[in-house]
Design a protein around this ligand. Structure first.
Ligand code: FAD
Length: 274
């Protein structure tokens, strides 16, 4: 499939990217790794008239300690998350999840910022960010602002980013020795998750779900049950409470509800929840 015609501009700085976005208005789109946007354009499900390529803004590719948090530049590629010693030491869930995204080609091109800004409920990294209680740093013509991961995902492929804003950094708390787990259920290695679960236990527990609704979702019913002293298996029985998972060729909604319960239980057990 061939995308609709578009103009292409490569930004050489964040400031230039913001200016190009602002000039382009609603018809402009950022291009990072291109691994989610270009497939949509080829299917003609997206037809931006201007692509602003930020893929070479290396200033926005980093993983570094920031006090009791880890700061990750939005242009950091999945492969660089997967192999980051800082993440492996201080937020190993994020490094591990990045290593489960697609295949090596996807991991060498795709960026964490693109994965989050795209807001796809089937993506793995947004669920990990929800579980970790991440904060997203956003920059636009009105300045900078921070958005909590829990407030960011608004609807199917919809986020609270304004069209003229750029996601610049993802900040996650260091998890210390807390337990963690990522359970990704797919038929073939490298496939998207039919359902996935990212879990962190310890002082700041969190559970994020992949492909269980219109957005990446935090499993608040499970978290409440754990806080009330429920066992891992009791808490996991609430994994699909109030959720409306999608139906597709891979799975019915009922199957996904069942999977969520099984995978949350496994995740909690692996992460060492009571
Ligand atoms: P792009 O495609 O460049 O952009 C995606 C969207 O985000 C666009 O709307 C763009 O305008 C916007 N955007 C990008 N960067 C920013 C920014 N900094 N600020 C604001 N907006 C921004 N993902 C998984 O989670 N799990 C998988 O198993 C998986 N498998 C895949 C398999 C294949 C074959 C492919 C092609 C993709 C797969 N992906 C998977 C998706 C992959 O991880 C994407 O790379 C990622 O979701 C998007 O990142 P990107 O850098 O490619 O973003």
């Amino acid at each position: 499939m061939i995308p609709a015609a578009f103009e292409y501009r490569r930004a050489s700085s964040l400031g230039e990217a913001l200016q190009l976005l602002s000039d382009g208005g609603d018809e402009a789109k950022l291009l990072a790794g291109g691994h989610s946007l270009l497939p949509l354009m080829k299917l003609r499900l997206a037809a931006p008239s201007l692509l602003v390529d930020i893929g070479r803004l290396t200033d926005l590719s980093y993983v570094r300690e920031d006090g009791d948090r880890v700061a990750v530049g939005a242009l950091t590629r999945h492969r660089d998350l997967e192999t980051s010693d800082v993440l492996r030491s201080h937020a190993p869930l994020l490094a591990h999840v990045a290593g489960q995204v697609g295949d090596p080609q996807v991991r060498h091109r795709g960026t964490i910022g693109g994965s989050i800004a795209h807001g796809d409920p089937a993506s793995d990294l947004p669920a990990a960010c929800l579980a970790l209680g991440a904060t997203f740093m956003v920059e636009g013509p009105r300045g900078k602002r921070q958005i909590e991961a829990g407030d960011f995902f608004q609807g199917f492929l919809e986020t609270s980013l304004e069209p003229d804003e750029v996601l610049v950094e993802i900040s996650v708390p260091k998890t210390g020795g807390a337990g963690w787990s990522f359970q990704k259920f797919n038929r073939r290695a490298q496939d998207w998750a039919i359902v996935g679960v990212a879990a962190v236990t310890g002082a700041n527990p969190g559970i994020g779900l992949v492909n269980m609704g219109a957005t990446p979702i935090r499993a608040t019913a499970v978290e409440s049950a754990l806080a009330s002293g429920a066992s891992a298996s009791e808490a996991a029985s609430h994994a699909a409470d109030g959720l409306d998972p999608p139906e597709d060729l891979n799975a019915s909604a009922e199957y996904r509800r069942h999977l969520a319960q099984v995978l949350v239980r496994r995740a909690l057990e692996e992460a060492g929840a009571a």
